[in-house]
Structure formats: structure tokens, C-alpha cells
Design a binder for this molecule. Structure first.
Ligand code: PLP
Length: 449
């Protein structure tokens, strides 16, 4: 563990005022070390990282296999620009990904640096392949902060505030009760039926289906509140897009690499095969790398030169990703996700069922280790089932109390939602510590009112 370092505190206070205020910080400190599910700051304070760097360090911070692969690659060659030549890890990554893709038809790849860039290419590629100009996205969906990616993002207006967005984008409700204006206990099949009706209306009233290149959908709405897609919704999107000659892009940037208890969320829905999937985050466990996979025939419609990038598919990042895929082959990562997920859900469901805290909670949801608790606010929908007045700003207050107990935790969405997204290797003991901290925090807020 690092010793407290006064020089680092001075470094922080002298320089942070020169960093754009457009960037917020959860923890106003420097992280100097990370190991497994834990991180340490410059004051030597230890935290369990329930953010995993926003769903990135799936194998835990500084996983030894990733570290070794990166050191080895740094000593071989650090930069091979992807349109100049191939690198060994780039090709090894393709070789390792092929057998683990949700379907063998997804056999052609391009690697970029960030999730948003993978989305940019997916937008460009689907329009180019279909020769159609428009995109349909999900209300509540998040795909990144670059120009086209933020234009198809509908989780919060802050992502496009004051900036011009790309045209030709239509949003349709995801089967989430908020998007449909119904109560949290509405049965899944009713939500899906309502969402289907809205999509059918959209192609009758707003944009002709023959003018739509693709539908983009996160299989678990992420920044928009951690809402898993019912299997029937994904199946419907598959049939709908096929029927209308559109492509179906499933954005697994956050859900991929074991986050929901299978390698891909798409695998939870038997027989479900998207046309394109985008991925990033857990792929390289912290190194900047993203990917897009599709069928050869779709990728072939892009002329050489359509895509590229100075750092795209950097060999060091690819080496990290190769190590990640090897760890998944040999370690029981998915088993741990499912066991720790059950532990976390038990705590959250108990809080919802408890007469002490239940009134604060509108919904507990998620899949694997992508889990959320939505608190009640004073709006009509979330108040349904409430047994009394609801305190204000529950999420922010609970968050502060959890962080004070040594657990980093994030809120998300425009509703009062807290998300839990720890490294997939979190131990039973660490999860128990976090569950205790969550319970204490929610109980305290309930008591304080
Ligand atoms: C589903 C999804 N797509 C795209 C992105 C954008 O990825 P990046 O932040 O790497 O650009 C994110 C990031 O949170 C995401 O969750």
C-alpha cells in the first residue's frame, strides 16, 4: 500500500484548477494504486471500487496477466499504426475473439480506442451499407459523447446541451416504465407491448422504414438507469429490423466481457443474433480499446480508407485484451459474477422489502454485476406503492454515506438511480462489506427523512 504523499497533494491542488470544469469528479483526490477490487488515494485511503472505472476493470485493477502482457508488448513494439501493418496482438485478438462472439456470423472486426468511436463507425457503416439516411435509437440510451454518438444518445440532455446534433435520428421508447409513463410494477409483457406499439407508430408517422439504416439498442440501458432488455424486446427488434431491411446494432460496450454473467448480454437470449455489435470497456481492462464486429458482407461494403485511426487497435491495448480473453478461458469469472450478483440482489431486495427503508425504493433491477436501485422521488410514477412522504435527493445522500464508508459508488440517469458495477472478481468478503455499507447508508437516510 502506498504511503501518504504530501507532494502529491501539492501536485493536485496546484494543477486541478487548470483542468476543464466541464469534467466532474466523484473523488477529489488522486488514485495512486489499484489492485483487484480496491484502490488507494494519495492520502493512503483505501476504497472498494464499485465503479470499476465505469465498468472497465472487469478483471480487477492491475490484473497480473494483463500487466505481464502489457510489459511484454511494450518491450517489443509500442505503436503499429493499423493501416501501415499488422501487429501480433492485433491478430491474436481476432483469433481469440472469433470463438467467443455471440454468433459465428460476427466474424469481421475493426478496433478503435473508445466506445464512442466504435459507435461512430457503426453509424457510418450501417448508413453506407444500406444506403439509407436515418437511425432509430432508444429513449434513455447512451452511446458516448462524440458528435454522432451523442446524437443517438437519449439518457440525459447534458450530453448535447448547447451543441448542434446530427440529424436523421429518431428515438423510440425502451420497455422501461418511465419511458412509457406507467408504474414500476407494470408487467414486462405490457411494457414490451407498449414499446412495440410506439415503434410501429414511429415508422408510420415519423420516418418510413425504407429510410432507416439501423436500430441501435443497448441490451441493458446503461447510463439511462441499468434497465435490462426483456428477451422478447430483443427478439422483436430482430424480427422488426429483418422485416424492414434495417440493421440491428447491439451496443455491448458496457454489457460485454462478462458484466451481466455471460460473455455478452446477447447470449442471455437464445438464438438472438445482431447484425453488428460494439464493445469496449472490459475488453482491455483499462487500456483504451474498442471494437466493432459484423458480418463480412456488411464490412465489405466499406471501401478501404473509410475507416482507420492513428491509435486504432494499438498493440499494447490489444495485448491487454488478449490477456483478458485468456483469463476468461481459465478463471471462473462468470461463476463469480453470478454468485456476487445474488449476494448484492439479496441486500437490495431486503432493503426494498423492509418496512424501515422500502418507502425510499421504487425499483431494484439489473443483471449480473450491472445492478441498480432506483429511489422514489416526489413524481407520481415513482410514488406508486409509497407508504408515506419521500425524503429529497435520496441517491446523492446515500451515495455520500457509502463513499464515507470506503466504497466508491455512482449514481446514473435523470431519475434518482444508484448503480453498482464492481470488478467481476470482487470477493465474497468485499461484497459483504459493500452490502453492509449500502444498508447502513439507506437506513440512515430513511431515519433522517
Ligand atoms: C453502452 C455504451 N456505449 C458507448 C459508450 C461510450 O464509450 P466511451 O466512453 O469509451 O466512449 C458507453 C460508455 O459508458 C456505453 O456505456
Amino acid at each position: 500500500m502506498p504511503a501518504p504523499n504530501a507532494n502529491l497533494s501539492a501536485l493536485l491542488s496546484a494543477n486541478k484548477k487548470h483542468i476543464t470544469p466541464a469534467l466532474g469528479h466523484l473523488h477529489d483526490h488522486i488514485i495512486v494504486k489499484g489492485e483487484g477490487a480496491k484502490v488507494w488515494d494519495e492520502e493512503d485511503k483505501e476504497y472498494i471500487d464499485f465503479t470499476a472505472g465505469i465498468g472497465v476493470t472487469n478483471l480487477g485493477h492491475s490484473h497480473p496477466a494483463v500487466t505481464a502482457a502489457v510489459i511484454n508488448q511494450v518491450q517489443q513494439v509500442q505503436h503499429v499504426q493499423c493501416s501501415i501493418a499488422y501487429s501480433v496482438p492485433y491478430l491474436q485478438l481476432v483469433e481469440n475473439l472469433l470463438p467467443i462472439m455471440p454468433d459465428k456470423s460476427l466474424d469481421t472486426f475493426f478496433f478503435w480506442n473508445s466506445g464512442a468511436e466504435a459507435i461512430e463507425f457503426a453509424i457510418k457503416m450501417t448508413k453506407r451499407s444500406t444506403q439509407r439516411p436515418n437511425i432509430i435509437c432508444m429513449q434513455g440510451g447512451y452511446h458516448g459523447r462524440t458528435y454522432a454518438a451523442s446524437s443517438i444518445t437519449r439518457s440525459k440532455t447534458i450530453y448535447t446541451l448547447g451543441s448542434h446534433t446530427m440529424g436523421g435520428v429518431y428515438a423510440t421508447p425502451f420497455p422501461y416504465w418511465h419511458s412509457l409513463g406507467v408504474s414500476p410494477d407494470t408487467p414486462e409483457e405490457e411494457l414490451v407491448a407498449m414499446a412495440k406499439t410506439q415503434l410501429e407508430l414511429l415508422i408510420k408517422q415519423q420516418v418510413a422504414p425504407s429510410d432507416v439504416a439501423a436500430i441501435f439498442c443497448e441490451p441493458v440501458i446503461g447510463e439511462g438507469g441499468y434497465v435490462p432488455a426483456p428477451a422478447s424486446w430483443l427478439r422483436f427488434l430482430r424480427e422488426f429490423t429483418t422485416k424492414h431491411g434495417m440493421l440491428l446494432v447491439i451496443d455491448e460496450v458496457q454489457t460485454g466481457f462478462g458484466r451481466t454473467g455471460k460473455m455478452w448480454y446477447s447470449e442471455h437470449v437464445e438464438g438472438f443474433v445482431p447484425d453488428v455489435i460494439t464493445f469496449a470497456k472490459g475488453l482491455a481492462n483499462g487500456f483504451p480499446l474498442s471494437g466493432i464486429a459484423s458480418r463480412r458482407e456488411i464490412m465489405e461494403k466499406q471501401e478501404p480508407g473509410t475507416i482507420g485511426g492513428t491509435y486504432a487497435g494499438n498493440p499494447v491495448a490489444c495485448a491487454a485484451a488478449v490477456a483478458v480473453t485468456e483469463v476468461f478461458k481459465t478463471q471462473p469469472i462468470l461463476e463469480n459474477v453470478n454468485a456476487r450478483s445474488a449476494q448484492l440482489f439479496e441486500t437490495l431486495n431486503a432493503l426494498k422489502a423492509s418496512p424501515k427503508t422500502g418507502n425510499l425504493i421504487a425499483d431494484v433491477r439489473g443483471k449480473g454485476l450491472m445492478v441498480a436501485i432506483e429511489f422514489r422521488t416526489d413524481d407520481e410514477l415513482t410514488l406508486k406503492g409509497s407508504t408515506g412522504p419521500v425524503p429529497k435527493d435520496i441517491g446523492k445522500r446515500v451515495q455520500k454515506k457509502i463513499i464515507d464508508q470506503g466504497i466508491f459508488v455512482l449514481t446514473t440517469s435523470c431519475f434518482d438511480t444508484m448503480r453498482f458495477i464492481p470488478p467481476l472478481v470482487i470477493t465474497e468478503e468485499e461484497m459483504a462489506t459493500a452490502c453492509k455499507a449500502i444498508t447502513t447508508a439507506v437506513e440512515e437516510v430513511a431515519r433522517e427523512g
